[in-house]
Design a binder for this molecule. Structure first.
Ligand code: ADP
Length: 160
């Protein structure tokens, strides 16, 4: 049986912390789908298509990882993809409460889907898309925090 995991998120934009989680998941599953949520309510900096394209470019070296988008209930998307698990990243205790609530709600909605939490390398625990955007907006160097295609896109997008 082919084991598939879905890694959902806003990925606005993808960071090296996300990539670290993706690489770990890619070792455990036959197929990993990075599923970019539309999330218009969050007023993303990058449009859905841009976020998916940046994920695609950044995971090109990982043969069992794909990029996709979704705008439905996550558990429905997981079933449609014939996946068994949802992967989420945990950086610190501050992530826990929300992630715990989300995981238990998704289990209520479909008890056959497991949520798996992965911890990134310790150097990425302080990283978030929000902080990367903030640094880039103020002209700071984000090359240590994001893949090269994301760095170029941030510079293009935030050029005054
Ligand atoms: P969301 O809006 O769904 O939280 P994000 O793109 O911010 O989407 O994050 C997607 C997932 O990746 C979440 O589980 C989040 O906790 C996790 N994540 C975000 N940044 C990191 C990081 N630096 N290291 C590990 N996991 C992370």
């Amino acid at each position: 049986m082919m084991r598939t995991a879905i890694y959902p998120g806003s990925f606005d934009p993808l960071t090296n912390g996300h990539l670290d989680v993706i690489q770990r998941a890619a070792k455990l599953f036959d197929r990993v789908v990075v599923a970019v949520a539309k999330n218009e309510g969050k007023h993303p900096l990058f449009a859905l298509k841009e976020r998916v394209a940046l994920v695609k470019k950044s995971v090109a070296h990982l043969p069992n990882v794909e990029a996709d988008s979704f705008d439905s209930l996550l558990v429905e998307y997981v079933v449609r993809q014939k996946a068994q698990a949802i992967v989420r990243g945990l950086r610190a205790v501050s992530d826990f409460e929300f992630e715990f609530q989300l995981a238990l709600m998704n289990r209520k909605l479909n008890e056959n889907i497991e949520t798996i939490f992965m911890m990134p390398k310790d150097t990425y625990t302080f990283l978030s898309s929000r902080i990367v955007k903030e640094i880039a907006r103020l002209g700071g160097d984000v090359s240590a925090f994001v893949p090269v295609p994301v760095q170029s896109a941030l510079i293009r997008k935030l050029k005054p």
